[in-house]
Every structure is written in structure tokens, then in C-alpha cells.
Design a protein. Structure first.
Length: 610
């Protein structure tokens, strides 16, 4: 490599652009033959505005870390099969370069399954449309799609591996595979711990990466024996003492090496700490995911937009929390002096602004059906990943009774008759409400199905198809003749250009609201204009600022405000646009948005609870 011109800014980077070796023996990781203690924390590039990557990495370094651990979200890199997006937040190579410039190494955690409180554990929704596909198993269609992903990712970041002078030290294979169980319809456990799958995946990784692999599992016999793979370094999560013992006892000799606590859940200070979530993280847009949560009250728990890692040393906006200094004190004992903690300005406020109703979701976004069919077509089969699908049926003859869904309701359904809301079927609840309808000939039945997020962890996560799968019945009889309207809402330009005002009536369909605000006057870098956007008189919905989907709110909480980075605002002097989709608009109540500096977490009763 020949470099003809250099600026001083490039020098720290250049000093690291040298081939290194990263290996291990039974007691140490070895960087160029010297023992290297990994002092790491989790930072996922796709969860932060890329404009702030450098600031976040500076904070990690100032906390005394020498390594960042990063999950990669396949579903965002390959939103449609074979169509790749490595721009913006998905430009992970750039994040790793910036990490290196800050003096941080990288442990790559590409999955393909990552769990991570993220949509379907990182899987793209289109996987479900591949015939005979089963995730996390020795299944040819799954491995083929996984191979394409790993190959493409590796081609982006190949030169960023340690042997080529980059910061990537090692790569995690799968994610807590030892926790994965398959269950038959009677709850009997079968399969899982499928080493042929793990070995096939390891072969794909080895063909594409030139650094060593490791597995990371729970810290007992059950997890280690099921999740480790002979010849691959085995590591464990949480309690380091227990993890070390379980690993040494139950992993094959060929999987032994230095001990790494691959995830640590911040319940105390221990010198072995090698993993913390450096900051509270954001699941932008519709990327939140969900959990199976079988209790008497709830069966599906939606993950919030802001994943609340309460003990995280940085908050969602990259500002220090009190624990930051404790971690810094701890880590610098091992890593030596760390750079000074960079100053971050305070958060900004935005005075309350009125949100004006500008049109209904159906008027603005559901003008022509995406498909018509005798039976409903699922969201995934419509080629859509996130958002909503509207299913519409016009009664050909009188029909009455309870609405039934043969494959169970998928998530949350708002039922409307002739444009008036007549009930909500919410499968989050174990005993969800039944909605009875009484349709006359010509009545229009609309089922607006919200994708609450695909399950990210659990025994049976292959079938995460959203929308309606299978027949809809009324009074036990299948209803035929449906129009489907795809509402991915990845673009709210229709609401942006609608002028309103729209008269919101009682039990109205979902409504778009719009308002404007001036960029806060704080000077200096964009981060000084960060705020939390809080809404009044709302039930459930989605917020966009200048066309960027900030995420979801729901009165049940705990999240009542969304992180709005200053870098998503227009330059001072220009008006920013807030668009809100309120799913259950309330007639006669005025909605406002306000930028606040101290967010509050609380819960309210759900008006649609059973
Ligand atoms: C660690 O020790 C075990 C047991 O003696 C041995 O089989 C293995 O090869 C050693 N691993 C390394 C990386 O040296
Ligand atoms: C690992 O390598 C380091 C550095 O050379 C050495 O000090 C240590 O004794 C080695 N450990 C084992 C178990 O070989
Ligand atoms: C899990 O999936 C298997 C195979 O797809 C299926 O037979 C079984 O009914 C499912 N189990 C549960 C509890 O949903
Ligand atoms: C619903 O709308 C259809 C079509 O406009 C009409 O024929 C029907 O009478 C309406 N039903 C009710 C209950 O208003
Ligand atoms: C949003 O949709 C409109 C109307 O379909 C289209 O003209 C526009 O290009 C889209 N914008 C983006 C950013 O995709």
C-alpha cells in the first residue's frame, strides 16, 4: 500500500494499518503474541444515528474500553432477498473504521441469528416465504440464505479484520445456540443442539472470515453442551465464575481457551467484567421485535422502541449516566489511563406544538388494493415486512357472529365496519377480546392488522408470518372475497403533503396528524439539539420527524417519549415536520408534541384491554 499524502488526522488510523495476529492459548488472548485482555462493551451500529457513531465510540473509549462488541442486523442489510443496503446506519464497515480510529478493537457478532431485542432476532421477513425453510436448523434453504448474507457482509468488511490491519479480532458463531429448543405441539422438546447445523454454519464463516470464531452460551451444563462446537472457542454469559466453571467442565478440550464473559448483565462490579451494553439502545422504526411471554395475562410482549437497559452507562442519547464513572474507574484499573470524558451538551427542549389532523390512514394510503383474493394474503406473502395491512371485505349477504381467525390472530387487529371502529382484537393478551359483528349486505368490514414485531427469542420462531394467515370466519363460516392494502409506511409523503384539516369523529379510522417546530437554538454540534419527543392525548401509534420513523408509542407504556436526535432535524431556521399516525384518534381532544429533556417512564391502563 502506498500513501502519497497524509494529514495528521489520518495518523492514528495509519499507525494501526498493519497486519497483526490475534490468537489465543489456554490462558490468554494473544495480540501479536502478547497477552491481550479484552475490555469490551456492546455497541450496535445500526441502533445509532451514523452521524453520532464517532461520539459514541469516543465515550466507549473514555470509559476505559479497548473493544466494542457489535451485533449486525441481517434484516436491515438485506431488506429484500438479494437487495443490499450498506448505506447510512447500515454502513457497518465505516463504524468499524471509526472504532479503530478511536483505538478500539471489534468483536463481530453477525448471527445470522442475534436475538438482541430486535425484530425476529435479526432475520429478514422474506425468509418465511422460502418453501420448507426452518430457521436455526440444518435446513438447506436457511443455510443457503445465511451463506449469501455472510458472504456479502464479509466482502464489505474483509480488510477490517486483524490480519489485514483492521480492528476485527474475532467473530461470534450464532448466538446462544445452546438455548434454542424445538417443541412439538404438545410441548415436548425435540431437536435443538443440532451440531450439524452449527458445523455447517461454522464452515460458512470459516470460508469468509480469516479470524477465529467463538460461541457464546448460557453458563450451565445444559447450554454449554448444546451450544459449543468442537474446535471452536467456547465462551459463556453473565456470572463469570459460574460460566468459567461450566465452560471448563462441559466444553470439549478443543473448545478451551482464555475465558471471556460474552455478555454481562450489569448487576455489580467484578474485575472479570468484559461485556456491558454501553448504552440504552434504539429500535428505530418498526425494528422492535417481540417476545413470547406465556402468562395468564399476556402471551406476546412487544419490545419497546427504546430497549431499556437500565444500568447502561450511557443513555439513549449518548450522555453519561452515573454508572459511567464507576465503569471508567473499574476498567481503567486494567486498561490504564483512558482519554478524558468528552463533554456532551445538555438535551434541548421544543415548546409544545399543535398536531393537526390531516387525513385518515385509509384515505391517504389505501387508495388501490395491493391484491384481491378469495382468502386473505399474509403481509409476508404480499412482499411486505413491517407496518400494517388493511383487509377489506364487502358483505354479499347478511352475516353475523364472532370474528375468528383460523390460524389465530396475528398481533393486533382494529375492526371497522363502514369506516367506524367497532373493536380491537389484541393477541398480546392471553384472553383477548372477541369482536362480534352483524353485517348487512353491502357493509364494508375492514380489519387493520398491525405487525407488533416478530418474536426474537423462543423455541418455535420459524413461523413469524404477519398480517392474516389463513381464513377469517364470521360466526364460524369462512368469509371469501378480500382486498388487501399494503401499508408498510416506509414513506409518509402522502401525509406530509396532505393539507387538512380532517374532522376526527368518534371511532374514526386511524388518522395522520401533522405539526411543525423550529430547530432548537442550542449552538454547537447537532447532539446539543437532541430531545425526547412526548405526545399528549394519544393511545397508540407511530412518529416520524422529517420523514424518519422514530418508533412507536403506546399509552400502556412504559415508553411515553421517543428519542429525537438533533442530527435528524433541519438546520436552524427551517421548520421540522412531525407526522403522527394515531391508531385510535379521540374526537374533540387536541394532540400536541413537545420536546423534553428528562423522559418519564410510566404505564396507563389500556383502553382495549380485555
Ligand atoms: C487447551 O488445553 C487443552 C487441554 O489440555 C488442549 O486440548 C487445547 O488444545 C488447549 N488449547 C489451546 C488453544 O492451546
Ligand atoms: C500463553 O501465552 C502467554 C504469552 O506468551 C504465556 O505467558 C502463557 O504462559 C501462555 N499460557 C499457556 C497456558 O500456555
Ligand atoms: C413448533 O413447530 C413445530 C414444527 O414446525 C410444530 O409441529 C409444533 O406444533 C410447534 N409447537 C408449538 C408449541 O407451537
Ligand atoms: C355501509 O355502507 C354500505 C355501502 O355504502 C351501505 O350499503 C350500507 O347500508 C352501510 N351500512 C350501514 C350500517 O350504514
Ligand atoms: C414516497 O412516495 C412518493 C409517492 O409514491 C414518491 O413519489 C416518493 O419518491 C417516495 N419517496 C421516497 C423517499 O421513497
Amino acid at each position: 500500500m502506498r500513501i502519497t499524502s497524509l494529514t495528521t488526522a489520518l495518523l492514528p488510523c495509519l499507525s494501526l494499518v498493519q497486519a497483526s495476529s490475534f490468537t489465543y492459548n489456554n490462558s490468554s488472548f494473544l495480540l501479536n503474541g502478547e497477552p491481550y485482555q479484552i475490555l469490551g462493551g456492546q455497541m450496535d451500529p445500526q441502533r445509532m444515528p451514523y452521524q453520532y457513531w464517532e461520539q459514541r465510540l469516543q465515550m466507549a473509549r473514555a470509559m476505559g474500553l479497548n473493544t466494542v462488541f457489535s451485533y449486525v442486523f441481517w434484516n436491515e442489510l438485506e431488506p429484500k432477498q438479494g437487495q443490499w443496503d450498506f448505506t447510512g446506519r447500515n454502513n457497518v464497515a465505516q463504524f468499524f473504521r471509526l472504532a479503530q480510529q478511536q483505538g478500539l478493537n471489534v468483536v463481530l457478532r453477525p448471527g445470522p441469528y442475534i436475538s438482541a431485542e430486535h425484530e425476529w432476532g435479526g432475520f429478514p421477513s422474506w425468509l418465511s416465504q422460502i418453501p420448507n425453510m426452518a430457521v436455526r436448523q440444518n435446513n438447506a434453504p436457511f443455510l443457503k440464505a445465511s451463506r449469501a448474507y455472510i458472504e456479502r457482509l464479509a466482502s464489505e468488511i474483509h480488510s477490517l479484520q486483524v490480519p489485514y490491519g483492521g480492528p476485527i479480532l474475532m467473530v461470534q458463531l450464532e448466538n446462544e445456540y445452546g438455548s434454542f429448543i424445538l417443541q412439538d405441539a404438545n410441548g415436548k422438546q425435540y431437536g435443538g443442539a443440532d451440531k450439524t447445523y452449527l458445523a455447517a454454519l461454522a464452515d460458512i464463516f470459516k470460508a469468509n472470515f480469516d479470524v477465529f470464531l467463538y460461541t457464546n452460551d448460557g453458563n450451565t451444563e445444559w447450554y454449554v453442551t448444546r451450544g459449543a462446537l468442537n474446535g471452536i472457542l467456547a465462551e459463556t454469559d453473565d456470572s463469570p465464575q459460574q460460566g468459567l466453571e461450566a465452560r471448563n467442565k462441559y466444553a470439549h478440550a478443543s473448545s478451551l481457551g482464555p475465558f471471556l464473559c460474552g455478555e454481562y448483565y450489569m448487576t455489580g462490579e467484578q474485575p472479570l467484567v468484559q461485556f456491558v451494553h454501553v448504552q440504552r439502545v434504539t429500535n428505530w422504526g418498526f425494528q422492535n421485535g417481540a417476545d413470547l411471554y406465556p402468562t395468564k395475562q399476556i402471551q406476546l410482549a412487544t419490545t419497546t422502541t427504546s430497549y431499556s437497559d437500565n444500568a447502561a452507562p450511557l443513555d439513549e442519547s449518548g450522555r453519561v449516566r452515573p454508572s459511567f464513572y464507576k465503569y471508567r474507574e473499574l476498567f481503567t484499573k486494567y486498561s490504564g489511563p483512558a482519554p478524558n470524558v468528552p463533554d456532551v451538551g445538555s438535551m434541548s427542549t421544543v415548546p409544545a406544538l399543535a398536531l393537526e389532523a390531516v387525513g385518515s390512514l385509509f384515505d391517504l394510503e389505501a387508495k388501490t388494493p395491493t391484491a384481491k383474493n378469495a382468502m386473505p394474503i399474509s403481509m409476508d406473502a404480499l412482499g411486505q415486512s413491517y407496518g400494517f395491512v388493511l383487509y377489506e371485505h364487502v358483505a354479499r349477504s347478511p352475516v353475523s357472529g364472532a370474528i375468528g381467525l383460523v390460524n389465530g390472530p396475528r398481533d393486533r387487529i382494529i375492526v371497522l365496519i363502514n369506516g367506524t371502529r367497532s373493536g380491537v382484537i389484541d393477541v398480546s393478551y392471553s384472553k383477548y377480546r372477541t369482536v362480534n359483528v352483524n353485517l348487512a349486505q353491502g357493509d364494508v368490514l375492514q380489519l387493520l392488522v398491525e405487525n407488533l414485531g416478530r418474536v426474537k427469542y423462543g423455541p418455535n420462531i420459524t413461523d413469524q408470518v404477519k398480517g392474516i394467515k389463513g381464513d377469517v370466519t364470521i360466526g364460524g363460516t369462512a368469509v371469501q372475497g378480500w382486498s388487501m392494502y399494503s401499508l408498510p409506511l416506509d414513506n409518509v409523503s402522502a401525509a406530509s403533503s396532505a393539507s387538512g384539516p380532517y374532522a376526527v369523529r368518534a371511532n374514526s379510522p386511524p388518522v395522520f396528524y401533522k405539526g411543525h417546530f423550529n430547530t432548537p437554538s442550542a449552538t454547537g454540534p447537532d447532539i446539543n439539539r437532541d430531545t425526547y419527543l412526548a405526545l399528549t392525548n394519544v393511545i397508540k401509534g407511530v412518529v416520524w420527524v422529517n420523514g424518519i420513523n422514530l418508533g412507536k408509542y403506546w399509552t400502556v407504556g412504559p415508553q411515553q417519549s421517543l428519542y429525537l436526535p438533533g442530527c435528524y432535524m433541519l438546520p436552524p431556521g427551517q421548520l421540522n415536520e412531525v407526522v403522527v399516525l394515531e391508531l385510535e384518534p379521540q374526537a374533540g381532544k387536541s394532540m400536541t408534541a413537545e420536546g423534553i429533556t428528562d423522559r418519564k417512564w410510566f404505564n396507563n391502563p389500556d383502553p382495549d384491554a380485555p
